[in-house]
Design a protein around this ligand. Structure first.
Ligand SMILES: Cc1ncc(COP(=O)(O)O)c(C=O)c1O
Length: 391
C-alpha cells in the first residue's frame, strides 16, 4: 500500500479495536497485565515473545503514541517518558559512561544545562559547550572521549538554528551519537532523523499536547539504540502514564493543522512587529531578515509558533510589557493554543550573568511570544496595546 501522508498517519495510526468495536481508543489504566499460563509469563520475561507485562515497561496507550511518533519522525522505535526532561536525561544517561564527554550546544534548555553542570560530573561525565552561532568551532571541540552531541534547533529563546545535515555528517565522521531535542519544531516542521540525527527527544508537554494539559516526553531512535533506552528506563522508572499517552496520541491527530496555524499566526505577528517603531529587532526563522533564513527554509517546512523581539527600553520595559498583557497568558510554558508571553531576562534566565545571557542571545528587552491559535487580529491588537501601555 502507498505510504500515507503525515495527517493520515496522525489520525489513522491506532490500536486495534477490541470486541467492543470502539471508534476512539480506550484507556488502558492498568498497572500490570495477566499471563495465560506459567510458560507465557516465563517467555515474556525472557523476551522470547512480545507482550505487555507491567506499565513501567510498556502499555498499549504508550505503544500507540510511540508508533505514531516513529512514523512521523521516521525512526524505528521509541520510549515515552513522564516529562520532556525525563526524555532528555534518559537519552543521555542511557548511553554515557563514566569517562565519557558530551558536546552540548550552549543554548539548550536550562535543565539540560543543569544535568551537564551539576549531575553528570558526579558520575565522571564531562561536557563542553558549543556556540550555535559559530559552527566552524564545533569540530575542534570534539575530544577522543566525546560520545554524544546534543542540540536544540531552533534554540530557545533566541531562535538560532544549526544545520542538522552538516552536524549529522560531522557526528558520523567522528562516530558520535547526534541527539536532537525537536521540541520547538515538532516532526511536522522538521525531521532530524532524515538529516542524520541518531536520537530525537521531545517535550510532549509543548506542541504535541498543544493545549497545556499534560506533562510528558518521548525518545525516538533505531531499534538498537532504543533497546538500551528501554533497559535503562525499565529499571529506573521514568515511564509515561498511559492516561497522558492517550492525551498525546489524540492531540497528534490535530498536530498538522495546529502547526500550520501557529506558524501562519507567528509569521504575521513577526512581519507586523518588524515594522514597529517600539521594537528594535524581531527574530523568526521564516522572516527573510533572520540571519539563517536560507537554512530555516532548507530544514524546516514552516517557522513554528515562537517569535522573539527586543522591545526598546531594556529590562524595565520588558517587565512593563508583561504587566500590560491582557489577552495573553503569563506562564512558564509554550506551544499552547493560548498565546503566552515571557520575559526571559527577568524570569527563566534571571540567574545567569548578563554576559552568559548575552552569549545565548538573551538581551534585557527580549520578549518571547508563543503565538497561539486565537485570531491573528486579536493577537496583534494585544501586542499593540502592551507596547503602547509599557512605553
Ligand atoms: C526545548 C525543551 N526541551 C525540554 C523541555 C523540558 O520538558 P518538560 O517540561 O516536559 O520536562 C522543555 C521545557 O520547556 C523545552 O523547552
Amino acid at each position: 500500500m502507498k505510504k500515507k501522508k503525515f495527517e493520515t498517519i496522525a489520525i489513522r495510526t491506532q490500536l486495534e479495536k477490541t470486541e467492543n468495536r470502539e471508534h476512539s481508543v480506550p484507556l488502558y489504566l492498568t498497572s500490570s497485565f495477566t499471563f495465560e499460563d506459567a510458560e507465557q509469563a516465563r517467555a515474556m520475561f525472557a523476551d522470547e515473545i512480545p507482550g505487555n507485562i507491567y506499565t513501567r515497561f510498556s502499555n498499549p496507550n504508550n505503544s500507540e503514541f510511540i508508533e505514531k511518533m516513529c512514523l512521523m519522525e521516521g525512526t524505528e522505535d521509541g520510549f515515552a517518558t513522564a516529562s520532556g526532561m525525563a526524555a532528555v536525561f534518559v537519552s543521555m544517561a542511557a548511553f554515557l559512561n563514566s569517562g565519557d564527554h558530551i558536546l552540548l550546544c550552549k543554548s539548550v534548555f536550562g535543565s539540560t544545562i543543569q544535568i551537564a553542570n551539576q549531575i553528570f560530573p558526579k558520575w565522571g561525565i564531562s561536557h563542553t559547550y558549543a556556540d550555535i552561532t559559530k559552527p566552524e568551532s564545533w569540530e575542534g571541540l570534539i575530544q577522543k572521549n566525546t560520545k554524544m552531541i546534543m542540540v536544540e534547533t531552533p534554540s530557545n529563546p533566541a531562535l538560532d538554528l544549526i544545520d542538522l545535515e552538516w552536524l549529522g555528517k560531522l557526528a558520523k565522521k567522528h562516530k558520535i551519537l547526534l541527539n536532537v531535542d525537536n521540541c520547538f519544531a515538532t516532526p511536522y516542521l522538521q525531521q532530524p532523523a532524515k538529516l542524520g540525527a541518531d536520537i530525537i527527544t521531545h517535550s510532549a508537554t509543548k506542541y504535541i499536547d498543544g493545549q497545556g494539559r499534560a506533562i510528558g516526553g518521548i525518545i525516538l531512535a533505531s531499534k538498537e539504540l532504543i533497546k538500551e533506552v528501554r533497559f535503562f528506563s525499565r529499571h529506573t522508572g521514568p515511564a509515561l502514564s498511559p492516561f497522558n499517552a492517550w492525551i498525546f496520541s489524540k492531540s497528534l491527530e490535530t498536530l498538522a493543522v495546529r502547526m500550520d496555524r501557529h506558524s501562519e499566526n507567528a509569521l504575521k505577528l513577526a512581519q507586523h512587529l518588524e515594522k514597529h517603531k517600539e521594537v528594535e529587532l524581531v527574530k523568526y526563522p521564516f522572516l527573510p531578515s533572520h540571519p539563517q533564513y536560507e537554512l530555516a527554509k532548507k530544514q524546516m517546512s514552516a517557522g513554528g509558533g515562537i517569535v522573539t523581539f527586543i522591545v526598546k527600553g531594556g529590562l524595565n520595559r520588558g517587565r512593563k510589557f508583561l504587566n500590560a498583557a491582557m489577552l495573553s497568558s503569563h506562564t512558564a510554558n509554550l506551544g499552547d493554543t493560548r498565546t503566552i508571553v515571557t520575559h526571559p531576562a527577568s524570569t527563566t534566565h534571571s540567574k545567569l550573568t548578563d554576559e552568559d545571557r548575552a552569549s545565548v542571545g538573551i538581551l534585557p528587552g527580549l520578549i518571547r511570544i508563543s503565538v497561539g491559535l486565537e485570531h491573528i487580529d486579536d493577537i496583534i491588537e494585544e501586542v499593540e496595546q502592551a507596547l503602547e501601555k509599557s512605553k
